[in-house]
Design a protein around this ligand. Structure first.
Ligand code: NDP
Length: 434
């Protein structure tokens, strides 16, 4: 904290991981002898840069670009790019730090990285988005490559932005290196099922949690915050498995329909028209729209999936969820629950799925996209989806087993952190002091 003041989100992410791995350090003091903790919180490299671009009125705008290359112990840096006005060093470092352990959990050979810019894509024209992406890639291209660092999407970065960045990278390098970015369009090296992978993966993980209780998701009432990439495909898979998804949101507010929301309308509004979720209630008068996104947690439900952004579910919201009888909370977004919310869920014996396990399906399928690119193969949707299901099962089992091995049965936050940490730490030790 002394070295990096004002990095609250980063400190929060480190706190949660270090707390979870305490039993590992007690049992294996060699991690302390190798000074792994101090080494692992220091990024291998943090790059910031100027991103100048020209808006539609001809004004020159400037944003700040970031890439953190946090840890390459088990593979090339891998992690998404976030375009959102809240992006700063703390946000990028928390996301990059989490990514190290998440990527290790997937079982794929990928290290941890993350990046983005404090650029707000809302209300920008296609031309403005393209010019921004091209300027951002002009600098980022110096730092990435299929064997060094492979970015993907995150908040505000989807297939459109990846396309513009890929086009610019190809032009700069004069070489078609498909494996330099993931989340690409299907016409130029993207993988089937990548778009769906994070949301589907989250539901596959919840399915495993329920299986262990002898239950299924069918008939359960589910609340899913956000209405972006992760939320939409979590809603889709949950509905396919018979759940009743009764609410979703955006940063302005939430919609609630006790009979189940209409996913086609959400997709049309968000994926095609890039509109606000408030407009849903104009199309479906049976639904209620409420201003303020955090109110979504006041809706009674069996399963709550925060899939929007960090710290969207605080202690107060957690208390309401618990009082209303929630059984499972699984994090589709990165660090959506505050530390006090997590503590309350654990105390109240709510089944809690932590982000680094629950949302790892996205990056896992990104690694499968890299594999398809380097072998010049394209797998079917069914092949990728089958692998994703197996990966989510393995992540669940590995987290359960690690929690048991360190006397924290049922505590998936400890289990997931321990399983990810030990793999990365052991690889770091084998590679010497680098
Ligand atoms: P998108 O940009 O597609 O969607 C983000 C959604 O969250 C939008 O509906 C947005 O609403 C909403 N949102 C943003 N800020 C807030 C807020 N303060 N309160 C309520 N809602 C808000 O992003 P993704 O779906 O890709 O990402 C969502 C989360 O999942 C992030 O935490 C991301 O890091 C994580 N994640 C994503 C992966 C992926 O593959 N995409 C992989 C693993 C994790 P609005 O439009 O109003 O801003």
């Amino acid at each position: 904290k002394e070295k990096d003041p004002n990095q609250e989100e980063f400190h929060q992410a480190v706190y949660v991981i270090f707390k979870s791995i305490k039993p590992v350090l007690v049992k294996n003091p060699h991690y302390i002898h190798h000074n792994i903790l101090e080494r692992i919180v220091e990024p291998e490299r943090l790059i910031t840069f100027r991103v100048p671009w020209v808006d539609d009125q001809g004004n020159i705008q400037v944003n700040r670009g970031y890439r953190v290359q946090f840890n390459s112990a088990i593979g090339p840096y891998k992690g998404g790019l976030r375009f959102h006005p809240s992006v700063n060093t703390s946000i990028i470092k928390f996301l990059g730090f989490e990514q190290i352990f998440k990527n290790a959990l997937t079982g794929q050979p990928i290290g941890g990285g993350k990046g983005g810019a404090d650029f707000d894509p809302k209300g920008k024209s296609d031309g403005e988005i393209m010019r921004f992406c091209q300027s951002y890639m002009m600098e980022l291209a110096n730092h990435i490559g299929p064997d060094t660092d492979v970015p993907a999407g995150d908040i505000g970065v989807g297939a459109r932005e990846i396309g513009y960045m890929f086009g610019q990278y190809k032009k700069i390098k004069r070489s078609f290196e498909a494996g330099v970015l993931t989340g690409k369009g299907l016409l130029y090296g993207g993988s089937l099922a990548r778009k769906e992978a994070t949301g589907y993966g989250a539901i596959y993980f919840v399915k495993e949690m329920l299986n262990d209780q002898g239950q299924s998701i069918a008939g359960k009432n589910v609340v899913i915050s956000g209405s972006g990439n992760v939320s939409i495909y979590a809603i889709e898979k949950a509905m396919e498995l018979g759940a009743n998804v009764i609410a979703c949101s955006d940063s302005g507010g939430y919609i609630y329909d006790p009979d189940g929301i209409n996913l086609d309308t959400v997709k049309q509004l968000k994926e095609v028209q890039r509109r606000r979720i408030s407009e849903y209630a104009l199309i479906h008068p049976s639904a209620t729209y409420m201003e303020g996104s955090s109110g979504i947690w006041s809706i009674p439900c069996d399963i709550a999936l925060p899939c929007a952004t960090q710290n969207e579910l605080d202690g107060k919201a957690a208390k309401t969820l618990v009082e209303n009888g929630v059984k499972i909370v699984a994090e589709g977004a990165n660090m959506p629950s505050t530390a006090d919310a997590i503590a309350l869920f654990l105390e109240s014996n709510i089944l809690f799925g932590p982000a680094k396990a629950v949302n790892a399906g996205g990056v896992a399928v990104s690694a499968l996209e890299m594999g398809q690119n380097s072998s010049r193969m394209a797998w079917t949707f069914e092949e990728v989806d089958k692998k994703l299901q197996q990966i989510m099962k393995d992540i669940y089992q590995n987290s359960v087993q690690a929690a048991e091995a360190y006397h924290k049965p049922g505590n998936l936050i400890s289990g997931a952190s321990i399983a990810g940490f030990t793999k990365v730490a052991d690889a770091m030790i084998e590679q010497g002091v680098i």
